[in-house]
Write a protein that binds this ligand. Sequence first.
Ligand code: TRP
Length: 340
Amino acid sequence: MHSVPPVKPVILTGDRTTGPLHLGHYVGSLKNRVAMQDTHRQFLLLADMQALTDNAHDPDKVRRNVIEVALDYLAVGIDPGKTAICVQSGLPALAELTMLYLNFVSVARLERNPTIKDEIRARGFGRDIPAGFLCYPVAQAADITGFKASVVPVGEDQAPLIEQTNEIVRRVNNQIGRAVLTEAEAVIPEVGRLPGIDGRAKMSKSQGNAIALSASPDDIRRAVHLMYTDPKHLRAGDPGAVAGNVVFTYLDAFDADQIGVAELKAHYRRGGLGDSAVKQRLEAVLQGLLAPIRERRAECARYPDYVLDVLREGTMKARAVTQATLEEVREGLGIFKVGL
Ligand code: TRP
């Protein structure tokens, strides 16, 4: 007797290929993805087309970073036997779905998306917003629905994009008259957003306040040394503040010994504990976390043919899935068939 294997829920998530990934990505999504590849059918998208929406002037950077981000995935423990790693520009069905979905979204709705609003401000586009950028949430809806993903593990800044995706899903399904597309749920990690080493709200490579997953031991040492603490904590003997103190935020996120961290916090608040002692502990934790990731990354980088094979295989799998969804949507909407 054979038992029918249970159907695993589908995960689709990914990253723009604009630079190597950092610790913010690690706590914000990578850790989840590694855990979920055993329980889900997982696709990871190297979003080079989306990266172009604000990097059209530098396609070279976008192309080079396809491999860099793939290396980061493999380095943190994404297993290509369990997770299909695919390249967005190799999936034309997603571009076609985007074109169809654009007719189900208003420009006003796109302009109201809080994520997009923040990003437009941060990039200083003013009135010169590339149309591709304004519309990338629609392309992201195509990414998610093209795979019929029900689970999307992302950082909290992406939640409005999932909401917009589900609006499109409902409109398209409504037009078709049955649930061809699947609504997706954003899975946001408890830790939420990791601040930059300077204390700013978000770790970001472009702000220069990030620690890359590929950081050298020296990079890590320097970053921890520069880390923002309590500016009023001038002498070790003084009481210090833990809230907003980046070193403690990172210990919360990365130190396995949370009882020890709680004791350390109490001591810091009382006074008598210097910043350098706390930083020393954090540095040891981060060195321990990143050393095996760095080694594995270097190992994979020595075999570029292997990495390319992984991408080819993943993209082929993804092609079959996304092409099938496109056919269903075309069929459902009643798009003309040339029959070539
Ligand atoms: N917007 C995501 C980021 O900036 C990348 C991305 C593209 C994505 N397509 C996706 C994330 C689909 C989740 C699902 O990192």
